[in-house]
Design a protein around this ligand. Structure first.
Ligand code: NAP
Length: 320
């Protein structure tokens, strides 16, 4: 009998086709609807490999049900949706997709920064609503990006790629990590700052750290207070890193000037979320890695990791 793979989202046939010959592939048949929990638990019980996306909670319950499971391949670089402790206990390998999405996500982070600073989306909406009556001296005005100071929290692969883009805009680039990166400092002219100092000095703050117990709620009332009132916060990492209630107050009260968010505590962000009522928030539906080429590269990495594990080889991209 062929080993069984369960894929939790409808993926493009191009990525899945190579698996059919060697494996028994089962796949949830919706692209924009998450697999129901009961279906996931039933399918995982028969699966040797699980191919998940970041919207799936792969918690202890899943590992308990997956008695034959050898690998969870997650279609994301972040893996905060997976209980790594349970994976270890049940001896299941977990893989992610680092590297292949770095430049694409950095493009999106920079695009969101520009869009938020220059109010691109609300300006376009005004045209479509018929509200562009004449050129107006101070209407649609935003913040300059060129020559401004950028603070990056989480100077990893994507952080460095954003820093390189920022250098093309003549920005001063500050960063905060738990460990300093002397090589990147020398190569890209980055300057290390403690978190509070970075928040005080930066015109733009971009979060690019993973979601961990340490980073959960890392940006709250106190941190937003430290930012400039002309400051812009961009979050392309994970929603739970920013306290959304505190962010709402900071944006409403003018503690900071604007925010650009690709990620939310709860996704999809509920339509009645208070942040969506504010004019100074630019929102995107978690599309950091969403280019055709990159999404295919992520799928290929996952498919290769599953093939490797099911054929007894060590896969690339093991997260534990
Ligand atoms: P990475 O190379 O692992 O970089 C993460 C960086 O964060 C590391 O340099 C790490 O440095 C730093 N960090 C970790 N904990 C920290 C803390 N407590 N305080 C400050 N810095 C901390 O990861 P990456 O590939 O750049 O991806 C970063 C994150 O972006 C992912 O984890 C994912 O959640 C998110 N992401 C989002 C999208 C999207 O679609 N919006 C797409 C891709 C990735 P130290 O260990 O020295 O602290």
């Amino acid at each position: 009998m062929k080993p069984r793979i369960f894929i939790t989202r409808k993926l493009t046939e191009e990525a899945v086709a190579p698996l059919h010959e060697k494996f028994d592939v089962r796949m949830w048949d919706e692209e924009s609807v998450a697999v129901p929990r009961a279906v996931l638990l039933k399918e995982v019980a028969e699966a040797d490999a699980l191919w998940s996306v970041l919207a799936d909670s792969i918690n202890r319950e899943v590992f308990e049900a997956g008695t034959k499971l050898k690998i969870v391949a997650n279609m994301a670089v972040g893996y905060n949706n997976i209980d790594l402790e349970a994976a270890k206990e049940y001896d299941v390998i977990v893989t992610n997709t680092p590297g292949v999405l770095t430049e694409t996500t950095a493009d999106l982070a920079f695009a969101l920064l520009l869009a938020t600073a220059r109010k691109l989306i609300s300006a376009e909406n005004e045209i479509r609503k018929g509200n562009w009556t004449s050129w107006a001296p101070m209407r649609f005005t935003g913040m300059d990006v060129g020559g401004a100071t950028l603070g990056i929290i989480g100077m990893g692969r994507i952080g460095e790629a954003v820093a390189r883009r920022a250098k093309g805009f003549d920005m001063q680039v500050l960063y905060h990590n738990r460990n300093r990166k002397p090589d990147a400092e020398a190569e890209y002219g980055l300057e290390f700052r403690e978190l509070d100092t970075l928040l005080k000095e930066a015109d733009f703050v971009i979060i690019l750290a993973p979601f961990t117990p340490e980073t959960a709620g890392m940006i709250g009332v106190r941190e937003l207070d430290l930012m400039k009132n002309t400051g812009v916060l961009i979050n392309v990492a994970r929603g739970g890193i920013v306290d959304e209630a505190a962010l709402y107050d900071a944006l409403k009260n003018g503690t900071i000037w604007a925010a650009g968010l690709d990620v939310f505590e709860k996704e999809p962000v509920p339509l009645d979320h208070p942040l969506l009522t504010l004019p100074n928030v630019t929102v995107l539906p978690h599309i950091g890695s969403a280019s055709i080429k990159t999404r295919l590269a992520m799928m290929n990495l996952n498919a290769q990791a599953i093939t490797d594990v099911l054929e007894g080889r060590k896969p690339k991209g093991i997260v534990q």
